[in-house]
Design a protein around this ligand. Sequence first.
Ligand SMILES: Cc1ncc(COP(=O)(O)O)c(C=O)c1O
Length: 334
Amino acid sequence: MIYQRAHQIVNDQIFLEMQGLVENSTVYVKLEGLNAAGSIKLKPAIAMIEDAERRGILTAGGHVIESTSGSLGVAIAMVCAEKGYLFTCVVDPNVSRQSLRTIRALGAHVVQVRDRDANGGYLGTRIAVIRERLGNDSTLLWLNQYANPANPNAHALGTATSILRELGHVDQVFIGAGTTGTLMGCAEHFRRFSPWTRIVAVDSVGSVTFGGAAGPRFVPGLGASRRPDIYRSGTADAEVTVPESEAVRMCRHVARTYGVLVGGSTGTVLAALAQSAEQIPPGSRVAAISPDMGDRYVDTVYDDDWVLDTFGPDPLIPYPTARDRAVQNRKVPA
Ligand SMILES: Cc1ncc(COP(=O)(O)O)c(C=O)c1O
């Protein structure tokens, strides 16, 4: 297949069937890390930039600013490089080293905040930096992924449409929540075209989006220290939060069992799925969205020393194998 522009390389049709994550059901993991720019965020990046172009607020040589945990930054940097826009990318200490270097390599200017906000996260600090810069430079355009309707629309049109097109009937779908663009856009599409699908929203413990207490988080992607404007509570059928230590344990399990290095937020989504096994009737067709792959996390999630220092030894304990579980349930002799 030949593409004219790098950002058109959106691989919305790739799913990996994972056996054994939930007994007696089939789990299809949508691998968004195979898009150009390496993540699901390519779709909102294109959508927000092209929407700004259509509305005439982004013109030749324009200057874009955005706050990001990393993946959107890589995607916007790619699109801006190709379209000739300047890009200032505001990140925090949780951004992966690989994302940071990729954003710079694509020609963007990076501003990394250091101070935590009142809720113990960094989002408030990132937004404060953007507001200050907007005050000093009226030519800057803030895409604002936390409030921009083009973000969820990209997922209604792309992500959710492709899940139903490729999988047909879907009983349950597990979706991580960062800006909640993926969640809100997919929910809108599923409610219209597949109202029987149970939508499970997933977030990290320490995020405030589902109403939980704020706390420090170390894995980029999911969670927010202030509720995103596009989030509508009550949209999903269930909201599940997962401690980051469990997400890390799941990532490492998936890498060693399925041979796929998945990103931190995928570990959170799959840990939520395993945690929800009792709510998944036998024979269900379950979709789970994997926002990116794990190569950006080899120095953190997949590094034993980082895991020990950050979470202690628990995430290093392997998951029980299918045989261990069968012994536990006395289906086979020990
Ligand atoms: C790796 C990763 N996973 C998940 C998400 C969450 O997606 P959304 O912002 O659509 O909620 C993000 C968002 O930046 C991300 O970078």
